[in-house]
Ligand binder design. Structure first.
Ligand SMILES: [Zn+2]
Length: 330
């Protein structure tokens, strides 16, 4: 175990990656810390083995961190930090989303393994309090309803709006948290964004978590994504659709460019949803294959494309036509 300084705090954790200029440390509470410069030089090695924090320890640290206006509720899989007196609504919702996620994935043969840390969900009283919290965490967020932050491993949302409005985003972010904590993805592996965001988009529809996900496929469709695809590619899906799929498999650029971001999310959804519903073996191979790669190992275009074709067992044009037929059947 090592000891390091972060702000005024002394923390402990285990090094995940050790470069001369930078060290990445997994804290005892499951947060990832990147230490550079001075902080990197002042890291001290301790003669004790790494041990994750206990739930009681994490709970009491969260209570200290957020202060007496908040309460920390412990459920089977979560520690939920919320303003005092908000009852069980939030904890139940996080539990329900998570159970639905595990259920959906297991049925498709995806290997789920419980993580070492309880998942932390933070509910701020309103939108502006949420933004101050995100600023404190140095997280740059564009979504108003909430986010999952990879480094802190927390979902942060707020209680100031209607759940009906923020629900889809919240289910998306909760799916990221479940995926990263239950070994569907790894937080220290470079995962192509179409894989992670495809999963996030898949869990936006309410039917995915309402316990009805075994019913009609139509109800599991992400209508926002489907609408974007029809707008971008027309209802009979132009050949651009195949190019978009190839772009997304090869690189994350379509997500990065703000002009193509919504297209990227939508096409990523269609790829993952198609596989989950029609080719679960390919679906679980893509997830297992991307998860198995080495810690922070770079992933170039050529490797991304050839891995994909191997996992899915067809070339990309053929895959794109199958996704296209599937979308038309919806
Ligand atoms: Zn996302």
């Amino acid at each position: 175990m090592v000891e390091f300084q972060e702000g005024q705090q002394t923390r402990r954790g285990i090094p995940i990656m050790d470069f001369s200029h930078e060290m990445v440390v997994l804290g005892r509470d499951g947060q990832l810390h990147t230490l550079r410069g001075n902080a990197r030089e002042r890291v001290r090695t301790l003669p004790t083995p790494y041990e994750p924090a206990t739930i009681l320890e994490m709970r009491s640290n969260l209570q200290k961190e957020f202060g007496r206006d908040f309460e920390v509720l412990s459920t089977q899989h979560f520690l939920v930090v919320q303003p005092r007196g908000r009852g069980k609504r939030w904890p139940e919702m996080f539990e329900q989303s998570h159970r639905a996620f595990v259920n959906y994935m297991s049925r498709r043969g995806v290997k789920i393994r419980r993580g070492r840390f309880p998942m932390v969900a933070v509910v701020m009283p309103d939108e502006s309090a949420m933004y101050s919290e995100l600023k404190r965490m140095e997280v740059n967020a564009k979504r108003v309803a909430g986010i999952y932050a990879l480094e802190s491993n927390r979902v942060i949302t707020h209680d100031g709006g209607h759940l009906r409005y923020i629900g889809a985003t919240l289910r998306h972010e909760a799916a990221h948290q479940s995926a990263y904590n239950y070994n569907v993805h790894s937080r220290v592996v470079v995962t192509p964004r179409w894989v992670t965001e495809g999963i996030g988009q898949m869990f936006e529809p309410e039917a995915m978590v309402s316990g009805q996900s075994g019913l009609k496929i139509r109800e599991r469709v992400n209508l926002d994504s489907l609408t974007v695809i029809r707008r971008e590619f027309g209802s009979d899906l132009s050949s651009d659709f195949s190019d978009a799929i190839r772009d997304l498999i090869g690189s994350d650029q379509m997500f990065v460019n703000s002009k193509t971001t919504s297209k990227a999310y939508a096409v990523a959804w269609s790829m993952m949803f198609y596989m989950a519903e029609r080719e679960p073996q390919a679906f679980s191979k893509v997830l297992a294959g991307t998860n198995r790669r080495g810690t922070y190992q770079p992933y170039d275009r050529f490797a991304r494309l050839s891995d994909f074709e191997r996992w899915v067992g067809t070339d990309i044009d053929q895959f794109a036509s199958k996704v296209g037929w599937f979308l038309k059947s919806l």
